[in-house]
Structure formats: C-alpha cells, structure tokens
Design a protein around this ligand. Structure first.
Ligand code: PBG
Length: 332
C-alpha cells in the first residue's frame, strides 16, 4: 500500500531543510541586557548568572564596542546601586549626575550607533525594593508613582537614551511618560512597554544582580498573574492606546502562548524578555554536563521567533552573536 504523504521528503538534506525553514534567528533580533556598577575597571560576577558580570561604566562602553563588532546593536541597561544610595522615593533615579545617566551618556558619546534602552521602574533605587512608591501600610501608590517615573524617564532622555522601557507595571504610565517626554521636547524618544509582565519567580537571579528583591511582600498587586492571557491582551490595548512603540512579554519561555497571542493582533513590534532565571537554568544544566548549551540556547531563541516575537532581550545575546558570526548567520 503506497503512503499518500511523505513529509520527510522535505527534511532530507541541509539545503532542503534551510529552503523550507519557516523562521530564522538573526543577530539583528537581539538585545543584550547589561548591569552597570560604580567605579573604574571594575567587574563583579553574579553567582546565579555564570558568565554575566556587573561592569563599571568604562567596561560597559568596552563591552558595547565588542557587541557592535559581533553585530549586536542594542543594549538594555540596568543600574546596581549601593544600599546607601537607595531611599523610599528612589531619589537617585532622577539625579542627572548619577551612575545611570552618566553611563548612557558615555555609551552614546563613544558609540552613537548603539541603541540604548533605559529601564524605568523604582526598584533598583528603592530601599523597599518595589517598582512603585509604598504607603505606610506597604500598599503601592499607583498615581503617586507616575511623577517619579516621569522624572526618571526625562533624566534618561536628557542623557541620550533611545527608548525608555517602563518595567514597573503601574497603570497609565505609558501615557504619562509620553506626555512628559513630548512636553520636554523628546518627541523622538520611544517607549518600549513591559506590557505583559508577570509576577514571576524566574526574576530571582536578576534581583541578586541588583540586590533589588522586595524587602517585604511581593509584586502581585502590580505584576500580572501567571494564570492569565486575556488580561495580557487588555494590557496591550491600553499600552497601544497610550502610545507604546513596542510591546513586550516577560518572562519568555514559559509564556510563549502570550507572545503568540500578542503577536497575532499587535499593530506594533513585539519583544520578549528571556529573563535571568531562564538563563540560569540552561547555564546550570550545561555546567553539569546535562545539556548541550549552544544547541539548547539556539533552539530556545528560535522558539521565540516561531511564537511571533520580533525582538529578543536575552543574556545569551553576546554568545549567540558569536555563533551566528561563525556560522554565517544561521543557527540551525
Ligand atoms: C524590575 C525588573 C525586573 C526584571 C527587569 N526589571 C525584576 C522584577 O520585576 O522584580 C527582571 C529581568 C530578569 O529577570 O532578567 N523593574
């Protein structure tokens, strides 16, 4: 009896497989997150993120230069401050002489072609470790947080940031930031909104990197419930109406269905954040000799493309760019 269909025919040779391949990962899809610390020629390792370091501004600039050589043209910057620089109101986040704006400036002066994405949220600067302002009872004050975020975004825009990325999950912050930026003349500064940001335990290593874990409570009254997807579509409708230029889903691999749901209806590009805990898992398995690191990373990032993501923030970006360069731009 003849088999009517033989899908394997299209899998016979590498040339045929590459001809029929539906999705591809490219170096232009990648954004590398970087952690900056004060000092000169200083680097600190992060225990739960082997291969990733906190770097002083001079080393961040050098790192950006080498990323550009590999073809990675965008970085997302996060500040690691000392405890005595933090307070309830995240005052340091609006200091134009602060570590963060000075680092943005240094990158843009030396490497204007490097796209710099600024993080807008209180937690790296807050003695409470929350993304918004807390009242006496420990309740997050949404509307009172907005002006703090607005000043933070302006401080970054003045330093030359290309996109501000509110990761705080306060309601109405995209419209608020758009208004602040426009009024100050920063009409071209874009907003990458953390649209569907879930209250996830996969952020653990990042919080170690910045020492930014909430000192009390959790983030469940502002970050989304991992059980929900319809709510992500609602968040996207709001962010688009408020003027977001790019929407993002975070975390990544456990939320590919959310990426797909947004990508199907979004009128703007969709980004995904392959977060610190996802990075740590593959690193740990690789260190134990349990997984082939390069193959598993490549497969994971390709999955983001398949789900419909246009942009991938990932701690693997530098390594993947190296593999892509070696293999002339193809990972499969
Ligand atoms: C907080 C913020 C977090 C991350 C990016 N911005 C952690 C959190 O919400 O507690 C996590 C990124 C990662 O885990 O890689 N504004």
């Amino acid at each position: 009896m003849e088999l009517p269909q033989r899908p394997r025919r299209n899998r016979r040779w590498p040339s045929l497989r590459s001809l029929v391949r539906e999705n591809e990962l490219g170096v232009c899809d990648l954004v590398m997150p970087l952690f900056v610390i004060a000092g000169q020629n200083k680097r600190e390792s992060i225990k739960s993120m082997p291969g990733i370091e906190r770097l002083s501004t001079d080393l961040i600039v050098a790192e950006c230069e080498s990323l550009l050589e590999l073809g990675v043209r965008a970085v997302a910057l996060f500040p690691a401050l000392t405890e005595n620089e933090k307070d309830r109101r995240a005052t340091e986040s609006a200091n134009p002489q602060g570590l963060y704006p000075r680092t943005i400036q240094s990158i843009k002066e030396r490497l204007p072609e490097m796209l710099v994405i600024g993080d807008v949220a209180m937690d790296p600067y807050s003695s409470d470790g929350h993304d918004g302002l807390l009242d006496e009872q420990g309740i997050i004050l949404n509307d009172e947080t907005l002006p703090i975020l607005g000043e933070m975004a302006l401080c970054q825009a003045e330093a030359g940031v290309d996109l501000v990325a509110p990761s705080d999950m306060m309601d109405g912050r995209v419209a608020y930031l758009r208004e602040c930026l426009d009024q100050a003349g920063f009409k071209e500064t874009g907003i990458l909104a953390y649209t569907a940001k879930y209250a996830s335990s996969f952020y653990g290593p990042f919080r170690e990197a910045l020492d930014s874990a909430p000192r009390a409570g959790d983030k469940k009254t502002y970050q989304m419930d991992p059980a929900n997807v319809r709510e992500a579509l609602r968040e996207m409708e709001l962010d688009l109406a408020e003027g977001a230029d790019i929407v993002m889903v975070k975390p990544g691999l456990p939320y590919l269905d959310v990426v797909r749901a947004l990508a199907e209806v979004s009128s703007v590009p969709v980004a995904v954040y392959n977060v610190s805990g996802e990075y740590a898992m593959l690193r740990a398995a690789a260190q134990n000799g349990w997984l082939d690191y390069e193959k598993c990373v490549s497969e994971s990032l390709l999955a983001f493309k398949r789900a419909g993501a246009d942009i991938i923030l990932t701690y693997h970006a530098r390594e993947v760019a190296g593999w892509l360069k070696r293999d002339n731009g193809s990972v499969a």
